[in-house]
Design a binder for this molecule. Sequence first.
Ligand code: FE2
Length: 257
Amino acid sequence: MGRVIDLHTHILPRLDDGARTLEESVAMARSAVADGVRVMAATPHVREDYPTRAIEMEQGLAQVREALALEGVALEVLPGGEIALDRLAVLEADELARFGLAGNPQYLLLEFPYFGWPLDLETRVFELRRNGFAIVLAHPERNSEVQAAPERLRRLAEHGTIVQLTSASVDGRLGRNCKQSAFRLLQLGIAHLIASDAHAPDVRAVGMSRAADAVGDVALARWLTEEMPAAIMAGEVTPARPPTRRPGFSRALRKQR
Ligand SMILES: [Fe+2]
């Protein structure tokens, strides 16, 4: 089995709309391990309604790690945060870096809003890049503007922004529109990562492995769930995407139309 790395989860207890108790955090970790995940980034919301501070994320992480060690759950949990665009102006650069994805202070996971096209998105992303941050955009395929015109993300991707798809979009659990836009982005080469965005143990039950199967191309699925997240975690140059003219991928594309 490979080494699946899930870079977007709400596993820390009581910080947002994810795990409600430490027991739920442990249950989420168990489901993830059963699903083949070996490493996970804890990415609580950092947003107006859940204004998580770095210290709270760090304390929650320590608590979860201790519980997993006690329970003998073999899951490595790393720091992170899912930062809303409107919080960027509030947080200082050093606190932003503490939310660095998978403990890499150079990477930030930015929440892509569900509705509307964020007019200041490109400005914000390019400003962050000037300040030395690389950006991962969380689940843009769930946004109706992106669903209508996925190529709007091309410019950001060409400048190095990494696009994360949610596993439940890829395998169809979030419905036809999300699945179609996820595959359209994959087809256009504007998607680089699959993560669960898990909020609870039950949602997580069939997550990363099912999405990897749905991709329909073993090498591409491995790139999306193992190789890309590993490079982000290690701060290494991201690996080139494998060629995808395999029959499996084409079949998966046809199926979702
Ligand atoms: Fe999330």
